[in-house]
Design a protein around this ligand. Structure first.
Ligand SMILES: Cc1ncc(C[n+]2csc(CCOP(=O)(O)OP(=O)(O)O)c2C)c(N)n1
Ligand SMILES: [Mg+2]
Length: 541
């Protein structure tokens, strides 16, 4: 039997677990893994900042539902990846970050970049560990990937001391296929009770959250919606589980649906700030709740029925249990009225002909230009809020944003991963001008690796999502301005990409066409109106 060092063994395990890309930035502590990955045919994509390597791995997970993998060097490599671990934790993204580590043999003696990463990342991950020996390398790496993909999916961290990295062990034969654990099957009695409640309700609503994306339960959601005649609203990664044209899909009537519902069915949803923690005035005081999820994470309001475990099975079995389709026609009709008039009210700003450009007009132009299967990545404040409100997707997995952790600067990592995972599709990164600054050097990564994502900058010269609320709440604006008309397009051009600046709304579409035709990573830098405030009804905290 052949033998290899721990780096090679980890790479072999990753390869056999289906990992095709490793996002990284070089450092001597991880060399055996980089060479091992190359030997086993894993594509190594080296970024300009570990934050982006880890975000790219998380973005890979968000697009593909596979486990994304990043390798970062000891010390600063790991601390730089902390934001992405936290963001993955907030979004349940299956992510595996492998760190280098100072040698065990000299632990505590002050080696280069020595620190105990495990203690630092413990609260940001599902599991964090140090590899003890090369003999465990293969099984430990395989188990980390399986763990990231099991139950409530999420980030896992393992560091490997440099002397363990260079230890050798036998290369194992291929074992059985990696099978994640989706959690226990639903209790049939609970499913029956939930079905009865839906049948009895007069104004039920179903909310689908990111959990349904991770559980691959979009078909079951459709079946449940139709079997229960349940109006559906979505949040997070569930965007697109129903096409926007479906008669039971609602986005703009969500406020009314939740406020007036007598029964709220929550599938793969966290009761966090996005839903006002499940409290009034967003949820009615007397509304009854049904939870369907992998576990009770962020379920801080008592429910009539809670079914925790295998989410895909629970949603599917609930749909089947609804044998007589209830009639919620009047309720659905009422919500449709609200939905239609809310959409009509947005139409004027989407048609705005102003220069500087209204961000809603810019979003409308991008939406009209994008292919139905384009992947749209959001990174920014108000600009992304406009996009989130105005852009619908036909399928899930086509809208990628930071999720509840909300870290600016994740966009370029996400966009490069999306384009690598789906090379035949358009990938459009919608970036605020503030957001652009965090990871702008990643356009160099995309140029070097031939990853032609197109970035559209909503350049309003301010941190709008902070400046406008700060002004209205405090009557002050401190540290809320950026340079006006900064040439982000020239930055991308200087790095070897394509760039242009756009000032008038009718120039947007031709500029997008040229950016895509260039075949290069591109930046369409659109000068936007800083006074076009996002019509926000609440400050989310
Ligand atoms: C890493 C990080 N730092 C700070 C914030 C706080 N923050 C949220 S939105 C925002 C403004 C974003 O500005 P920009 O990207 O220009 O978009 P705009 O709101 O102007 O459309 C800031 C600073 C954050 N979410 N993440
Ligand atoms: Mg801005």
């Amino acid at each position: 039997m052949d033998s290899g060092n721990a780096g090679e063994l980890v790479a072999l395990a990753l390869k056999r677990a289906g990992v095709s890309h490793l996002f990284t930035l070089n450092g001597g502590h991880i060399w055996p893994l980089l060479t091992g990955a190359t030997e086993h045919g894993i594509r190594v994509v080296d970024t300009r900042h570990e934050q982006s390597a880890a975000f790219a791995a998380e973005g890979w997970a968000k697009v593909t539902r596979e486990c994304g993998v990043a390798a970062v060097t000891a010390g600063p490599g790991v601390t730089n990846s902390a934001s992405a671990l936290a963001q993955a934790h907030g979004s349940d993204s299956p992510l595996f970050v492998i760190g280098g580590r100072a040698p065990v043999a000299r632990w505590g003696m002050g080696s280069l970049q020595e620190m105990d990463h495990v203690e630092v990342v413990r609260t940001l991950t599902k599991k964090a560990m140090t590899l003890a020996s090369a003999d465990d390398a293969y099984a430990a790496a395989m188990e980390c990937v399986r763990f990231a993909l099991s139950r409530r999916t999420g980030p896992v961290f393992m560091d490997i001391p440099i002397d363990v990295f260079f230890g050798a062990a036998d290369l194992p034969e291929a074992t059985e296929h990696l099978t994640p654990d989706p959690g226990p099957p639903p209790d049939p009695d609970l499913v029956k009770r939930a079905a009865r409640l839906i049948g009895e309700a007069s104004r039920p609503v179903l909310v689908a959250g990111g959990g349904v994306w991770w559980a691959r339960a979009e078909e079951e959601v459709l079946a449940l919606v139709e079997a229960g005649m349940l109006p559906l609203t979505v949040n997070g990664m569930a965007r697109g589980v129903l096409p926007p044209s479906h008669p039971l899909f609602f986005s703009r009537a969500r406020g009314q649906a939740l406020r007036e519902a007598d029964l709220i069915v929550l599938a793969g949803v966290l009761l966090d700030f996005r839903l006002n923690f499940g409290q009034p005035p967003v949820f009615g005081e007397d509304a009854r709740l049904i939870y369907l999820d992998v576990d009770d994470h962020h379920k801080h309001r008592p429910a009539e029925v809670a079914i925790f475990g295998n989410l895909k099975a629970a949603i599917g079995q609930l749909a089947t249990a609804l044998r007589e389709k209830p009639d919620h026609g009047l309720w659905v009709e009422k919500l449709r009225g609200t939905e239609t008039s809310a959409r009509r009210a947005d139409a004027a700003m989407m048609r705005s002909g102003s220069s500087p450009v209204h961000p809603a007009r810019l979003i409308a132009e991008v939406d009209r230009f994008a292919d139905p299967d384009a992947i749209i990545v959001g990174d920014g404040g108000d600009f992304v809020s406009f996009a989130g409100r105005l852009i619908e997707r036909q399928k899930p997995g086509l809208w990628i944003d930071p999720g509840p952790f909300g870290c600016l600067g994740s966009g370029p990592g996400y966009a490069m991963a999306a384009k690598l995972a789906r090379p035949d599709r358009q990938v459009i990164l919608l970036s605020g001008d503030g957001a652009f600054g965090f990871s702008a050097m990643e356009f160099d990564t995309m140029v070097r690796h031939g990853i032609p994502a197109v970035c559209v900058v909503g350049n309003n010269g301010i941190w709008a999502l902070e400046k406008h609320p700060m002004q209205s709440m405090l009557g002050a604006s401190v540290a809320a301005d950026l340079g006006p008309r900064t040439r982000y397009d020239k930055v991308v051009e200087a790095l070897g990409g394509y760039g242009e600046m756009v000032e008038r709304p009718e120039e947007i579409r031709p500029a997008l066409a040229r950016a895509f035709r260039s075949g290069l990573p591109a930046c369409v830098n659109v000068i936007c109106d800083p006074d076009a405030e996002y019509p926000r009804s609440s400050v989310l905290m």
